[in-house]
Design a binder for this molecule. Structure first.
Ligand SMILES: Nc1ncnc2c1ncn2[C@@H]1O[C@H](COP(=O)(O)OP(=O)(O)O)[C@@H](O)[C@H]1O
Ligand SMILES: [Mg+2]
Length: 284
């Protein structure tokens, strides 16, 4: 018997949800030692015209984990994130998010997914005319089910969590880049997501703020069990945060594995990238 071609990356599969298995309904038969990924790419390819950006890319992140996506500029890191929230669709392959195959979802179906998975943009994408407090209150007000007192209490807690409570009444224009990013994270959290996607959170912030943002991402992982995907150039940042690493190179998932596996890898291209970013320091 010939085996089907083995994928380079093993993705824990959830059982097929066929109508017959649904009627039989033995949910308890699922093995418990293998949690289903929260987000996965399965053989995803994407080109813009002749520009082939992703080619047969597979990876996953388990619930409550942090995945860091690494790779040189222009390699498709942001494009990958945009597929997860459905702003882009793959040419080939499947994308699963929160237990659903979203590959063919229309915009309305994606709205529900985007309530579970929110993206924190680099510029923060805050409302300029609203105070920090009102920016964070916005998703809470949209829900339309909370009293003003409840809203203010939640906002206070979120601003405390991201260390910007003193700036509650400031306008975004009065904040530093790092603080804007913290407020954007607080606003993302107000929507009570299950996962957050960060696109280069430490770019253009000073090292101290970068450190605080890292602390924050870890705190959210530990306290809220949030699943995170962090696109970053910053190897030290990745080293602190990542449970798993995806290294994109020339359109391929050149490396996908745990942080420990990455550090041990002898792969030439990966080593070059790591050495460039001085990950391997004596005693680290
Ligand atoms: N909407 C788009 N239309 C056409 N080309 C795009 C689009 N978005 C990204 N690209 C191209 O895809 C490639 C990867 O971009 P990107 O994911 O932004 O890189 P990075 O890894 O630096 O985040 C680049 O060549 C970029 O020009
Ligand atoms: Mg990018």
């Amino acid at each position: 018997m010939t085996q089907p071609e083995k994928p380079p990356i093993e993705i824990p599969q959830e059982p097929e949800r066929t109508p017959s298995s649904a009627t039989e309904g033995h949910a308890s038969e699922r093995p418990h030692h293998h949690p289903e990924p929260y987000i996965s790419f399965e053989h995803v390819s994407k080109a813009f015209g002749s520009n082939v950006v992703l080619e047969d890319v597979s990876f996953y992140v388990l619930p409550g984990e942090v995945l860091c996506i690494l790779g040189r500029s222009g390699v498709g890191k942001s494009v990958s994130l945009q597929h997860i929230v459905g702003f882009l669709k793959p040419d080939k392959g499947r994308i699963r998010v929160a237990g659903e195959d979203i590959t063919d979802y229309d915009d309305e179906q994606m709205q529900a997914i985007r309530r579970k998975v929110t993206m924190v943009f680099q510029n923060g994408a805050l409302f300029d005319s609203l105070s920090v407090r009102e920016n964070v209150a916005f998703p809470l007000r949209e829900r339309g089910e909370l009293s003003e007192g409840q809203i203010q209490q939640i906002v206070k807690g979120l601003l405390e969590m991201v260390n910007v409570l003193e700036m509650a009444d400031d306008l975004p224009s009065e904040l530093s880049t790092g603080m804007k990013r913290s407020v954007a994270i607080a606003r993302a959290l107000a929507a009570q997501p299950e996962a957050i996607l960060y696109d280069e959170p430490t770019t253009m912030v000073d090292p101290l703020i970068g450190r605080l943002l890292g602390d924050l991402i870890l705190k959210l992982k530990r306290q809220l069990r949030l699943t995170s995907i962090v696109v970053t150039h910053d190897m030290r940042f990745a080293q602190r945060l990542a449970d798993r690493v995806l290294f994109l190179h020339q359109g391929k998932a050149h490396f996908f594995g745990t942080m420990e596996e990455m550090k041990r890898s002898q792969d030439e291209v990966l080593r070059q990238f790591l050495d460039l970013d001085q990950l391997i320091l004596p005693g680290v």
